[in-house]
Design a protein around this ligand. Structure first.
Ligand code: 2P0
Length: 339
């Protein structure tokens, strides 16, 4: 019997956003980005892989549905892992020539701006690395599946360095601190909508790179400074500084979407209500206690310290009475609140 290898990978939520590529094929970004990887207790991808000599073709099932293996991104990940395994001589050549079966599922809405491709490709590459016994860094290979996936390879706070090399040899993820550095940090996910988004991240980025002057300014003059500042805030556990940078970067990313031509928007009225609510809450507290950030979708991710969780959830239940928060305890618990 051939071994079935299973891996689990969490989503990551960027506080300095990746938006825009300098190379579409190699998935090389225009700017560094930085995120926190969430615990695997609620939102994760799970992938099983298996290689056998009697499989005629490579096959993949996503969330129970058979999909084509003809995606360039998928093939690039498999080829790159096999190349690494061959270079490391970690398995024999016969094993490398066998076809594989992949079965992957997410336990959260796919393509609704909840970093599903990040968790999915990080998980696939981790499972393949285990299958082929690759021990070195595989974040650059996860990047070939989906840019943000490289950050889900590591836990804690993770930076994806854009790099300068045209072939991307210096474009990979590194851990800034592990999750034990700031154990009081929490993320609350507010599910505003779970339907598929109209403009995919990949398409949206292309439009922004071609048309947005604000994106050019952001890449050259804003992000490098913000990366340094947020790393200092993380090292110092300075929540209000961390939160201010996080919110400003989310706002600038969505401003870039509106500055693109034709413009597109991922935020809904509910998203905007959440933004105003958090600013009102912070003002009432007299200091910044909660940060919002939105990816390519309307769902809000709120960063806060453990001490704020109870009161913030109470406030959300008051403002959005139909919401039904789920509480899950753990080191970094992530209550999911459908609004
Ligand atoms: C991020 N996003 O840093 C940003 C913020 C969305 C908004 O990374 O084309 O799915 O596969 O590299 O990784 C979403 O982009 O795009 C993303 P591809 P990806 O998390």
């Amino acid at each position: 019997m051939a071994d079935i290898i299973t891996a689990v990978a969490p989503v990551n939520i960027a506080v300095i956003k990746y938006w825009g590529k300098r190379d579409e094929e190699l998935i090389l970004p225009l700017n560094d980005s930085l995120s926190a990887t969430l615990d695997t207790n609620i939102m994760y991808a799970k992938t099983s892989v298996c290689a056998r000599p009697d499989f005629a073709t490579d096959e993949i099932w996503l969330n129970g549905k058979k999909e084509s293996f003809e995606s360039e991104r998928l093939k690039n990940c498999l080829i790159s892992i096999k190349k690494k395994a061959a270079a490391e001589k970690s398995v024999n050549n016969d094993f490398l020539s066998w076809k594989i079966r992949v079965c992957s599922e997410n336990n959260f809405p796919t393509a609704a701006g909840l970093a599903s491709s990040a968790a999915g490709y990080a998980c696939l590459v981790t499972a393949l690395a285990k299958l082929y016994k690759v021990n070195s860094d595989v974040s650059a290979i996860a990047r070939l599946g989906s840019g943000s996936a490289c950050r889900s390879i590591y836990g804690g706070f993770v930076q994806w360095c854009a790099g300068v090399d045209p072939q991307g040899v210096d474009s990979f993820a590194t851990q800034i601190v592990d999750s034990s550095h700031w154990p009081e940090m929490r993320v609350l996910i507010l599910v505003v909508a779970d339907h598929k988004k109209k403009t995919s991240s990949t398409d949206g980025m292309k439009i922004s790179v071609q048309t947005s002057e604000l994106l050019k300014h952001r890449v050259q003059h804003i992000v490098p400074k913000r990366i340094d500042e947020i790393i200092d805030a993380i090292y110092d556990k300075n929540f209000s500084k961390f939160a201010e940078i996080t919110m400003k970067d989310s706002n600038q990313f969505h401003a870039v979407c509106m500055d693109s031509y034709p413009p597109f928007s991922y935020l809904t009225d509910v998203s905007h209500t959440i933004i105003q609510l958090i600013h009102s809450y912070n003002k009432a507290c007299g200091e910044v206690k909660v940060a919002y950030t939105f990816d390519a979708g309307p769902n809000a991710c709120l960063y806060m310290l453990q001490s704020e969780v109870f009161v913030v959830i109470s406030l959300l239940k008051h403002i959005f009475p139909s919401s039904n928060p789920e509480f899950v305890t753990g080191l970094t618990f992530i209550p999911e609140v459908p609004l």
